[in-house]
Ligand binder design. Structure first.
Ligand code: G3I
Length: 349
């Protein structure tokens, strides 16, 4: 006969194992409030994050979406034409699935971070073929498991025309239609997004150029579900809530979603009371805009900690752009974090 003590031990072990499998972490107040309002609250993550139990716990307790910051870029996932480096992305997708959080694929087609074999393609036919191959390979592998994709990333120039990219030079705008049509065909349930930066405000040439192009896609039946507004913005710039609202509304009128997809609000060094207050106001304005618009309930930050930010490398003299000071404990939530948490908690639908 099995001793009672062993039965109890066995039950306890099964409980612990099933908690680990279902990733039953305790939700932080900000995530509970986001869930209550149907807000997607996400962050970019690195491949290393999901090897660290404490980091996994932090991510799953604070966010309901993750997006690989760099793992799915061509140089990383497909450094040569035939070699696919799946292991990190596989683990990220497993992690998201086990913890019942959304994972966004970023990016399928982009002009940056492309390996040499792409840039050596010479003809339109060959370039379109490689686009179809790339999208088909990734989206077939993760069909039903990656829920949304930045199908085309950053195709516009600052004046609203098409960026002089490898893809545009080689294929004209056809590369965009082909990418979206292929993506829809492979996984009809995945949300398909065109992602861009400096496209926040209606009335700005890039925002308007993008809007006109996307409207054209809708009119000619190219499948697209929404646009990403990355929101890499500066604290000291005037935050034009009205122009942002007008931009969101015109996409709603097209039946499309707007995703705040890579939020960070950088501060010109040094941090002062004044520029921190501007940063807090910008984060607040973005959270309010996301909550106020049914087609924009998506607030994703591009990393959560100043300690490992891409910002100081890209913008000399700027930093402190994120919601936490550190990526490890003590993470020290900043005033902007507390502000958006308060907005979320007090928001009345
Ligand atoms: O991992 C290598 C390391 O081995 C090497 O020693 C080091 C030397 O430079 O480089 C490391 O790779 C860097 C990688 O970030 C990881 O830190 C790349 O050089 C660097 O170019 C890369 O920058 C990324 C950038 O996109 C370009 O891919 C940033 O982390 C990432 O935050 C940034 O994200 C983009 C979005 O994808 C699209 N929207 C704009 C956004 C900000 O630029």
């Amino acid at each position: 006969m099995i001793h009672k003590k062993y039965v109890l031990l066995l039950v306890a072990a099964i409980l612990v194992a099933s908690l680990a499998v279902t990733g039953c972490s305790k939700k932080a107040p900000i995530l509970k409030a986001a869930d209550k309002h149907g807000l997607v609250f996400g962050t970019a993550i690195t491949a290393g994050d999901i090897f660290d139990p404490e980091m996994k716990e932090f991510i799953t307790s604070h966010f309901n979406l993750v997006v690989p910051e760099n793992t799915m870029k061509w140089v990383n996932i497909r450094p040569t034409k035939q070699f696919w480096n799946w292991s990190d992305l596989d683990k990220m997708v497993d992690f998201a699935e086990e913890n019942d959080i959304i994972i966004k694929g970023h990016p399928l087609i982009w002009d940056e971070q492309t390996p040499g074999f792409v840039n050596s393609v010479k003809t339109k036919e060959a370039a379109l073929e490689i686009i179809v191959e790339h999208i088909t390979e990734i989206m077939t592998r993760y069909k039903g498991r990656i829920q949304m994709y930045d199908v085309v990333n950053e195709p516009f120039a600052e004046d609203g025309s098409m960026l002089d990219s490898f893809w545009y030079r080689t294929c004209g705008t056809e590369f965009i239609d082909v990418a979206f049509r292929t993506a829809r065909e492979i996984d009809p349930d995945a949300k398909l997004i065109m992602n861009e930066f400096n496209n926040e405000f209606a009335g700005h040439p890039k925002s308007d150029g993008m809007y006109e192009f996307v409207k054209g896609m809708v009119e000619r039946g190219v499948p697209i579900d929404g646009i990403g507004i990355q929101m890499h913005i500066m604290a000291e710039s005037y935050f034009d809530a009205e122009a942002l609202q007008a931009n969101i509304k015109r996409y709603a009128d097209l039946g499309l979603s707007v995703y705040f997809s890579e939020i960070d609000v950088r501060i010109k060094n040094p941090v002062t009371g004044d520029n921190e207050a501007q940063q807090v106001a910008a984060y607040r304005g973005l959270m309010e805009a996301a909550l106020a618009n049914e087609n924009a309930k998506h607030f994703v930050v591009w990393g959560f900690a100043d300690s490992r930010s891409w910002v100081p490398r890209a913008f000399s003299g700027y930093g402190s752009a994120h919601l936490f000071e550190n990526d490890v404990e003590p993470r020290n939530p900043k005033a902007a974090f507390k502000e958006i948490e308060t907005v979320l908690k007090n928001w009345k639908n």
